[in-house]
Design a binder for this molecule. Sequence first.
Ligand code: CTP
Ligand code: CA
Length: 223
Amino acid sequence: QDGFHKRKEMAGRKLLVTAGGTIEPLDPVRFIGNRSTGRMGYAIAEEAACRGAEVVLISGPTSLPDPCGVRVVRLETAREMRDAVLQSFSSVDAVIKAAAVADYRPVEVSPHKIKKSDDDLVLHLVRNPDILYELGQKKKHQILVGFAAETCRVEEYARSKLERKNLDFIVANDVSEPDAGFAVETNRIRIFDRNGHATAYPLKSKRELAGIILDHVASIWGN
Ligand code: CTP
Ligand code: CA
């Protein structure tokens, strides 16, 4: 790999990466979560730091160690992530949103542990803010990169997110494939951009894919 050549190509750039799944509490001991482990986003943050970028990684709960040379902000809910992302947004050059943000949260969080009864338990969930959509509305100079984890009609859904959220490109993967997506070291991605181009990559490690995604960002910057 031409790692040496790339080592400092992002010097002077600021990147915001989000990773992991947000969790939404139900009561003091329970939450609604998802299968994201944070591996893809952490790999991107680490690789960007190796290339000389100043990186802030905003992360849902994960079992991963902080990547070297990266400022890590850990939080739990989608609304906390929204606040943290919006705080950094104006000062960064690119945002890579690998986090699996919960689309819904329980309408209220019980202050006490919910006790079981003989009745069914019905949860009322309300919509969380769509962070990436908000960034797409606010964006000025920033490159915006989204992810789309789909289980069917991957291209159609990914392209509609690319448009709706005003992204520069979107990284799509089919999480119904056993070796791609959640809780594995590898992924098989396709990148769709605003010019209608699609590039498909074979199965690769998440670290290698991080490099490919950052190459795309760098090519938009023209280096
Ligand atoms: N995203 C976000 N805020 C949300 C939901 C998603 O910022 N509340 C971001 C994700 O980080 C990802 C992209 O939007 O980069 C696409 O997420 P995804 O869940 O695939 O898309 P949704 O728009 O939520 O649509 P759906 O879940 O219905 O497929
Ligand atoms: Ca979603």
